[in-house]
Write a protein that binds this ligand. Structure first.
Ligand code: MG
Ligand code: MG
Ligand code: MG
Length: 310
């Protein structure tokens, strides 16, 4: 008897978490000659994900509001604090991810974690290892996710494997110039004009349960930071509200200039002094710019976990 197995990425889904769910379901259904694998999302998709799904004529996965009693596969995350509601009562059967492992389970399951630039890189490699050629649209979707997660290969998380996969997938997706395509994507992605302050904060946002307390760390990747400067006060006002209402120890939003490679940090915290220690520089009116910072996973989270999770 068939049973649906939902493949689902993290809350506040980014392109990689949605693309990974779709591509992994597609691959598994092909490999097992079934249709049991169904991609799902934990929350509504963001603007760029919508754009890319439309571009490649792929329908938006269903929102799984409660995973209780369901079989699920986690992609692009493994931390309880980031996963779908009801996961405590779900049957988690597999994990595919490219983040640090912070997961406990009462039975052995398949876990595929590689220190690569995106979850879609792991899945694309699985297609090629299985001698299954992804169709043009799935190839385009995976390509877009890899370019997004690796900031068009600029991120320190990007590996040689990712670069090789970008070349292969570009060919399959008939994308002639992946660098130009990536930049076009980031331009669409980075305009915050039509977003409210809360939408900007929650755009790509993750909770971390550190020993000292709950951290919320959000990132916005941009091609120009001047839009941020203009809205600084309003952003802080919204962050302060969220800091109180959601009981955060610290709320950190950083705006990354992907062209000049550096990030502006906005911080609301119960312990600003320790935050400065973690950042390695002083804050001025709760903000500072740090050159060279591009990756939450490889650069920003470790800075804070070293100080607040020990
Ligand atoms: Mg992600
Ligand atoms: Mg990812
Ligand atoms: Mg990202």
């Amino acid at each position: 008897m068939s049973q649906t197995i939902y493949i689902i990425g993290h809350k506040s889904p980014d392109l990689d978490s949605v693309a990974a769910a779709i591509a992994f379901a597609n691959l598994k259904n092909k490999l097992e000659n079934t249709s049991d694998y169904v991609p799902a999302i934990a929350e509504e998709i963001n603007q760029i994900t919508k754009f890319i799904l439309d571009k490649f004529a792929i329908s938006t996965p269903e929102v799984l509001t409660d995973a209780s009693e369901k079989k699920i596969i986690l992609v692009d995350h493994n931390e309880a604090s980031q996963t779908v509601n009801g996961f405590e009562k779900a049957d988690i059967v597999e994990i595919l991810d490219h983040h640090k492992l912070n997961f406990q389970n009462d039975k052995p399951i398949t876990v595929s974690i590689k220190p690569w630039g995106s979850s879609c890189s792991i899945i694309a490699q699985m297609y090629f290892d299985s001698n299954i050629v992804p169709d043009k649209n799935i190839a385009g979707l995976m390509l877009s996710a890899i370019l997004d997660d690796t900031v068009i290969t600029k991120s320190p998380t990007c590996t040689e494997t990712d670069k090789a996969l970008i070349a292969k997938l570009s060919e399959l997706a008939s994308v002639e110039d992946w660098q130009a395509y990536g930049l076009e994507m980031f331009k669409i992605k980075s305009s915050i004009k039509n977003f409210s302050e809360l939408q900007i904060i929650k755009n790509d946002f993750k909770d971390f349960a550190f020993k000292t307390g709950k951290f919320g760390i959000g990132q916005v990747e941009m091609v120009d930071l001047s839009e941020v400067d203009a809205r600084m006060d309003a952003l802080f006002a919204e962050m302060k509200k969220l800091h109180t209402s959601e009981n955060y120890h610290s709320l950190i939003i950083f705006f990354t200039d992907i062209i000049n490679v550096g990030s502006r940090f906005l911080v609301v915290s119960n312990d600003l002094q320790k935050i400065e220690e973690a950042l390695g520089q002083k804050l001025e009116n709760n903000t500072t710019y740090i050159p060279g910072i591009l990756s939450r996973k490889k650069q920003v989270v470790p800075m804070f976990s070293k100080i607040f999770d020990n």
